[in-house]
Design a protein around this ligand. Structure first.
Ligand SMILES: Nc1nc2c(ncn2[C@@H]2O[C@H](COP(=O)(O)OP(=O)(O)OP(=O)(O)O)[C@@H](O)[C@H]2O)c(=O)[nH]1
Length: 331
C-alpha cells in the first residue's frame, strides 16, 4: 500500500542507501495513505458521498448510472473517461456479476484505478547525470515542485542534485528557485533576467557533471508572448541539452494545476503535443474537489501522472499510485 519514492525512481542502487529498511515500511506507507485521504478530502467528500448515496441506497436502475456519471463529471473525471467507466460497470451489473452497493463500489474503484494506471510511471535515474526538465504554465506550481523533488532526491534517496534556473523570463522565478535550492540544500546555476535559457541549461549540466551530480533539474519559463514563442524556447532548451548529452533530457515533467480542472487538461494536451512530456505532476490536489482530473489526464491523454502535489510544504509531494488514489477518492 502507498507508493514510496523508491517505487517511483529507478535508481540502480538496489534499496537506496537513505531509504527506510523494508520492514519499517508498512507503517510508513499506511501513514502516507492516511495523509493522501486527508489531502483528497474535498474531492472525497463531494464524489465519495454522492457515490455512496447512489450505489447503496435504493434500486439500481437507469437513474443510478446517470447520477454516477454526473458525480464523476462534477469531480472532473472527464466525459470520455466517465462514459467508459460507467458503461463498463453497467454492463457488468446487468450481466449479474455485481450484486449490491459494496460490490459495485469496489468494482468502480478498480475501474478508475485501471484508467489511471498507464504503466511507464517510473522515472529512470540511471543516467550520468539524469537530466529532468520541468515544464508548465506559470503559477501551476512548477518551481515549488522542482524544489520539492530536489529535496526528496537528496533527503529520501541520498542523490546529489544540481538545479538550473532556466526560467530567465522573470527575475522573480530565479529568486524563487534560489530559495528552494537553499531549503533543499542543493547548488543552483542561474543567469541574468532575459538571458538565454539554453545557456543556463548548458551551464547547469556542465557544472552538474563537473561536480558529479546524479540528477540535474532544469526549470523553464511557463509564459512567453505567445504559445509559439514558448514552445520554440522549450525546443531550443532541449536541443542545447542534447548537445551535452545526446539522450537527454531523460525526463520531461509537466505541472498541471488540479484546481483548473478541464482547462488543465487542455494545457496538458498542448504541452504534450509540443514538448515531449513523459509524465505529469498534478499539483494543488489538496485545494480542490475536482481531483478526478488525475483520471481524465491519464485516461484521455495516456500520459502517466507520476507525482501529486498535496500542499505547499517540502514533504507535500507524493509519488502517484493509481490504486491508492482511487481508494482514497471513494472510501
Ligand atoms: N496548496 C498547494 N499549493 C501549491 C502546491 N504546489 C504549489 N503550490 C503553490 O502554488 C503557487 C504557485 O507555485 P509556483 O511554484 O510559484 O508556480 P510556478 O509554476 O513556478 O509559477 P511562477 O513562480 O510564476 O514561475 C505557490 O503559492 C505555491 O506555494 C500544492 O501542491 N498545493
Amino acid at each position: 500500500m502507498a507508493r514510496d519514492w523508491n517505487d517511483l525512481f529507478i535508481t540502480g542502487d538496489g534499496a537506496s542507501a537513505a531509504a527506510a529498511p523494508r520492514d519499517e515500511e508498512p507503517a510508513k506507507r499506511r501513514g502516507f495513505f492516511r495523509r493522501l485521504r486527508e489531502n483528497l478530502s474535498k474531492t472525497r467528500e463531494a464524489l465519495g458521498a454522492e457515490i455512496q448515496a447512489t450505489l447503496f441506497e435504493g434500486d439500481v436502475d437507469e437513474e443510478t448510472w446517470e447520477r454516477l456519471e454526473e458525480a464523476l463529471i462534477m469531480a472532473d473525471v472527464g466525459a470520455t473517461t466517465t462514459a467508459k467507466v460507467v458503461g463498463q460497470l453497467e454492463q457488468e451489473a446487468e450481466s449479474g456479476g455485481l450484486e449490491g452497493g459494496e460490490a459495485l463500489s469496489r468494482r468502480l474503484q478498480e475501474l478508475l484505478a485501471d484508467i489511471a494506471r498507464t504503466g511507464q510511471d517510473r522515472i529512470d535515474l540511471r543516467h550520468d547525470p539524469t537530466v529532468i526538465l520541468m515544464v508548465g504554465v506559470n503559477g501551476t506550481g512548477k518551481t515549488t515542485t522542482l524544489g520539492k523533488i530536489a529535496w526528496h532526491l537528496r533527503n529520501e534517496l541520498g542523490k546529489s542534485v544540481m538545479l538550473g534556473a532556466a526560467d530567465t523570463f522573470r527575475a522573480a522565478a530565479t529568486e524563487q528557485l534560489q530559495g528552494w535550492a537553499e531549503r533543499a540544500g542543493v547548488p543552483i546555476v542561474t543567469g541574468p533576467e532575459g538571458s538565454d535559457p539554453g545557456a543556463v541549461a548548458w551551464d547547469a549540466i556542465v557544472q552538474g557533471r563537473a561536480q558529479g551530480a546524479d540528477v540535474v533539474l532544469i526549470d523553464t519559463a511557463g509564459r512567453l508572448h505567445t504559445q509559439d514563442d514558448l514552445m520554440a524556447e522549450l525546443s531550443k532548451v532541449r536541443r542545447v541539452i542534447a548537445k551535452q548529452l545526446p539522450d537527454a533530457p531523460h525526463e520531461t515533467l509537466l505541472t498541471v494545476d488540479a484546481t483548473t480542472g478541464q482547462n488543465g487538461l487542455r494545457q496538458a494536451r498542448l504541452f504534450a503535443e509540443a514538448a515531449e512530456v513523459d509524465g505529469i505532476v498534478l499539483t494543488k490536489l489538496d485545494g480542490t474537489a475536482k481531483g478526478g482530473i488525475a483520471l481524465a489526464i491519464a485516461g484521455e491523454l495516456g500520459i502517466p501522472v507520476k507525482l501529486i502535489g498535496v500542499g505547499e510544504a517540502l514533504e507535500d509531494l507524493r509519488p502517484f499510485d493509481a490504486d491508492d488514489f482511487a481508494q482514497a477518492l471513494l472510501s
